[in-house]
Design a protein around this ligand. Sequence first.
Ligand code: ADP
Ligand code: TRP
Length: 317
Amino acid sequence: MSKKVLLSGIQSSGKAHIGNYFGAMKQWVDMSKEFDCYIFIADYHALHSLQDPKEMKKNIVNLLLDYLAIGLDPKKVTLFKQSDISEHTELAWIFDTITTMPYLMRAHAFKDAEAKSKDIVVATFNYPMLQAADILLYSPDVVPVGQDQRQHVEISRDTAEKFNRIYGETFKLPEPVIMDTVAVVPGVDGRKMSKSYGNTIPLFAEYEEIKKCVMGIVTDSSEGIPKNVYDIHNLLRPASELLPLYEEHTGKYKILKELLIEDLEKFIAPLRERRKEWEGKLPEALEILKSGGEKAKAIASKKMNEVKEKIGVNVYE
Ligand code: ADP
Ligand code: TRP
């Protein structure tokens, strides 16, 4: 029996952080033994907010190294980048033709962006259609993401259903996989950890950077257990180990932060090392991305041919 398919990705818009890892990337690695995995770099998604070609290139390469460093085995997992597969943008257009403006106006990301400024690019509005194409081209069974991406996966399901209703059964409905315990990893200020809030602990931070981030964690002085420190610590150690430790050092925030620094260093150091190894093998890493793209392209173009047949634009035999 063939394996079930897993697909996911991250936009290449900045440095990966431990929220990305525990919320999404770790699940990819854990599930990669069981699933046929497609993990990609959403560079065209990043383009809606990043218009610096040098930065774009750097981010793409960095994310590729991140993917390899977390332990995605390129012999088993197909790694590719979105812009190598033109079918993603092609299918997004077709989805645009069956999706209404009021429907997309209800998307959280669009509403948040609109609340900040009315001068939004069309791509911010259209973002979920490209994401639906990313997903549906590969017929995945599961899409592991953090909580903030739930709505995007739901929009993909709705879009698949709508297309199937109009043109006949074509797309499989994907299931989001969102781990309850790490659905929203908190940042150093207690809000959701996010690049855009500047409250992250980078996934490949050097020791000094870990120290600086942890010392900057906002502590609530009204309680013996500093919630923000504990919540991040709990990503690395179970409550059964942490609670006695936090009780023993109740109110001693500096000691608790030092313990967290040591645990973070223990967790990050091997990832950092593996990333450095891949940095030294950049041509090999890029070759992996390129050949992954060729494999993904074959699947995407087959699906796209089916779509073209269904919508009636294929007039040749
Ligand atoms: P950011 O908010 O930092 O820009 P992305 O939007 O690039 O993060 O998210 C990449 C992946 O990581 C997505 O699957 C997203 O749901 C997940 N993710 C991001 N931040 C968190 C978080 N704080 N907790 C859990 N998952 C997260
Ligand atoms: N929007 C996702 C994020 O910000 C990235 C993404 C693009 C994605 N296409 C996807 C995730 C398809 C899962 C499946 O992280």
